[in-house]
Design a protein around this ligand. Sequence first.
Ligand SMILES: N[C@@H](CCC(=O)N[C@@H](CS)C(=O)NCC(=O)O)C(=O)O
Length: 256
Amino acid sequence: MELYHNNMSVCAQKVRVVLAEKDLKPLEHHLNLRAGESHTPEYLKLNPKGVVPTLIDNGEPIIESTVICEYLDDVGPGPALRPDNPIKRAKMRKWTMIPDTGLHKACAMVTFAIAFRHQEQSKQLAALGPADREARIERNRLGLDAPGAAEAVMHHVQVLDDMARQLDKTPWLAGDQFSLADTAVLPYVIRLEQLMQSWLWEKGKRAAVGDWLARCKARKGFAGIAAYIDPKYIELMTPTGNEARPKVEAIVARGT
Ligand SMILES: N[C@@H](CCC(=O)N[C@@H](CS)C(=O)NCC(=O)O)C(=O)O
């Protein structure tokens, strides 16, 4: 197996957590996204969307992190990361689709609006269509005041609220078993933590999310995130995240 990925990419983290849970060690190709390495003609042949991750197994490229995770659970050794009962599996998929139906986009908005707005490189912007490029330029100029930024913060809050409601009842998101439901959203909660927004679950009604996060961190799969942390990103996310906190608090208090 080969994995094209990036150390801090949330979608790549999701796949690496599953790989680590299953003790799978593919040959790794690290792509520098800011240098446009996911948009080279060679890489676009593997992943026409120009994004990471891509898994290659038996010469077959597999794209989309949610699909890759299910594939790894199909072919990989170790305990199943999907419940065997169809109802529980359906419940699991309710969570695995969350990043693909809005959370991932919201995460990109919040991450760049807080921390990376001055870092996005022209090669990444050049790969976009005109409307998307304009939106990114506005996001980089205005940060959390950019159109859509408050909605992106609230998208995270709604996911955290849904998680807390579930985790008040069961230890894991799909029930009593750790599953792809947990691996799907874990990188997004970690990103909020790296952006210094863990206050969102450290007090009051979302405390169950903090307990779940501690359980996730204690699992071997967490190495798929922890072993790849780039200290330079943390150095940037910590002060910009602290600085952004009052604005995030105001957005959450307003509810939009
Ligand atoms: N739906 C895709 C999203 C992949 C994605 O957006 N990856 C980001 C990093 S998290 C990326 O490669 N961005 C590179 C770019 O846009 O230039 C998946 O889940 O695999």
